[in-house]
Design a protein around this ligand. Sequence first.
Ligand code: ADP
Ligand code: MG
Length: 217
Amino acid sequence: MAGEARAEQVVRLSLQKALDLISANEQELGRLDAAAGDGDHGAAMVRGLRAAVAAIDGAESATPGELLVQAGMAFADAGGGASGALFGSAIATLGQQLGPGPYNSATVAAALQAVLKTVSTMGKAKPGDKTMIDALAPFVEAIGEATDMDQELADAWRTALPAAEAGAKATASMVARRGRSARLGDRSLGHQDPGSVSMVYLLRAASDALTELCGSQ
Ligand code: ADP
Ligand code: MG
């Protein structure tokens, strides 16, 4: 990817697109959470993303990494609940790991590995527990493979996206073992995990921003 100014635009556009996409799907996310949780997931994501976008609107002199840290902290404060803490930490960890750059597919893939580790450690969820990890883990693996094949960041990200989508879809046939919905056992069967669907939206928003600003297509 080109320089820091471009990376800063990618961060801002990704978060704006995530807010737009998740706002448009807020009710669907709420319904998925109502199947075995408390129904607040869509609203929590919109609150978190609004706060994240607002937090970096005024922050003009920060590096892309610093912007993500500020956005993640604002997300965690405003979003609340399990997803607020976990998505907030994910965004902030990405920022810490990316730091001042350079930003390319290898550094981003490595930073995403660290994000997966942080979220897994915080929430103690493994693949198959029906959480956001079921979308994030296959994405991280797939972007690592795309990077190993020397794909540019925008291409690598877009190539990895179907793995996240497939992971989120597969949660429909899982029984929740972490988070609020784990208390209700089989009731979550047949419904996708809302956090895994939100993870796909965030990853898709970033993919669209990368393609728009740095893509070869
Ligand atoms: P809450 O459960 O506090 O109401 P939300 O409804 O906003 O929070 O978010 C629920 C989502 O958070 C779940 O769909 C799941 O993806 C994710 N989640 C909950 N607990 C964990 C955990 N321990 N590890 C990973 N993800 C989790
Ligand atoms: Mg909830």
